[in-house]
Design a protein around this ligand. Structure first.
Ligand SMILES: NC(=O)c1ccc[n+]([C@@H]2O[C@H](COP(=O)([O-])OP(=O)(O)OC[C@H]3O[C@@H](n4cnc5c(N)ncnc54)[C@H](O)[C@@H]3O)[C@@H](O)[C@H]2O)c1
Length: 344
């Protein structure tokens, strides 16, 4: 039996709880948290206790020095992703980094380059790719049941507030606003479902007392295939529930997630009379995501959401912010090309 992947969990705030819990679920034969780290020592110790880690640090450099750690799981503020990931790659550690990859395309590219140079796996934790309804949607597209995608609508509606002084209130530290931070999940899904994005335009809504970046936004997309989509994100939803709409239509069929996951397809008699509800196996998407990371490290495979791919999703989110500033439609590929040229 192969050895467990030995993890240093860096950043022990909100989302690290889901990561630590998922690693516990996967079991010590697959993955073990060896050390935790947070500038807030109490959080580092709390997460160490929960995950059975031997050590809790307050300086991430101490984690990278440990020879008994194979990989780091970065659950850090966005502006720290690049610095810590690059140092981790240089220390020979594989990297699972929370989304978005980085706050700028230049930083994202530097992470990709560092991981390539060091020969380590770099994966972004785009957990929505591992959710049952999204996985099934991708499968239905790939199997041809929906035909060629034509139109998609993806929403993310949530009530989010950050306490005064929290890093996410600062545009620079967040890398934008709600679009780049949480909307990036939906933009990444759209790329996964439909392909590369040709044009992006965006409208945004600000509430400066809440955060510097936009608190809500609508992004329009046109894909290289000609397909079109909208992605709406709000952190201002008045209700506490977390609601994410999915609607995707192709030339032959459609899926939606209103009151369950539904499919229609002209290509299958059972699905051709109207929308049919499909029962999906429940999955813990965080466990599925971390299992995928472990498998990629063990088998030397590229993750589904590797650095290069995540950089393209990040370019779409950044293009939305450029569009709101300039009032123009923006090509993400041009932004990416400019960033790579700058990086040499
Ligand atoms: N469902 C999702 O996919 C999802 C949800 C929430 C957050 N996230 C992502 O997870 C990451 C972390 O977000 P969060 O909500 O957990 O934030 P958070 O603020 O709750 O946690 C971040 C932690 O990092 C610690 N930290 C800050 N500077 C540090 C340093 N130099 N060294 C070590 N620790 C340091 C902070 O003390 C804090 O505990 C972000 O990338 C965010 O976008 C993903």
């Amino acid at each position: 039996m192969s050895q467990p992947l030995r993890i240093g969990l860096i950043g022990c705030g909100g989302i690290s709880r889901a990561h630590a819990h998922a690693m516990q679920t996967l079991g010590q034969q697959m993955v073990r948290v060896i050390a935790t780290c947070d500038v807030d020592e109490a959080l580092a110790q709390e997460r160490a206790r929960e995950s059975g880690a031997e050590s809790a640090f307050t300086d991430w450099r101490e984690v990278l020095k440990r020879e008994d750690i194979d990989a780091v799981d970065l659950c850090l503020p966005h502006d720290l992703h690049a610095e810590v990931a690059i140092a981790a790659a240089q220390a020979g550690k594989h990297i699972l980094v929370e989304k978005p990859l980085a706050t700028t395309l230049e930083d994202g590219w530097a992470m990709v380059h560092a991981a390539r140079e060091a020969g380590v796996v770099l994966m972004t934790a785009f957990v929505e790719r591992f959710e049952a309804e999204n996985w099934r949607t991708k499968q239905l597209i790939d199997e041809g049941w929906l035909g060629a995608p034509v139109l998609a609508q993806l929403d993310h509606l949530q009530h989010v507030t950050f306490p005064p002084g929290h890093w996410a209130r600062e545009r620079k530290r967040l890398g934008g606003g709600a679009i780049a931070s949480a909307g990036c999940h939906r933009l990444d899904l759209l790329r996964w479902f439909i392909g590369e994005v040709e044009w992006v335009s965006a409208e945004t809504y600000y509430q400066p007392e809440r955060m510097e970046g936009e608190a809500a936004g609508v992004v329009n997309l046109q894909f290289a295939s000609g397909a079109i989509a909208t992605m709406s994100i709000s952190w201002l939803s008045p209700y506490r529930a977390f609601y994410r709409k999915l609607w995707l239509e192709g030339t032959e069929g459609a899926v939606h997630n209103w009151n369950g996951f539904h499919v229609f397809s002209r290509k299958k008699p059972e699905w051709a009379e109207g929308f049919v509800k499909l029962e999906l196996e429940p999955v813990d998407p965080f466990a599925a995501e971390i299992r995928h990371f472990v498998q990629c490290v063990r088998e030397g495979k590229e993750p589904l959401t590797n650095g290069e791919d995540s950089l393209r999703s990040q370019a779409v989110a950044i293009a939305a912010n450029v569009s709101e500033e300039t009032g123009c439609r923006v090509r993400p590929a041009e932004l990416l090309a400019q960033a790579l040229e700058k990086a040499g």
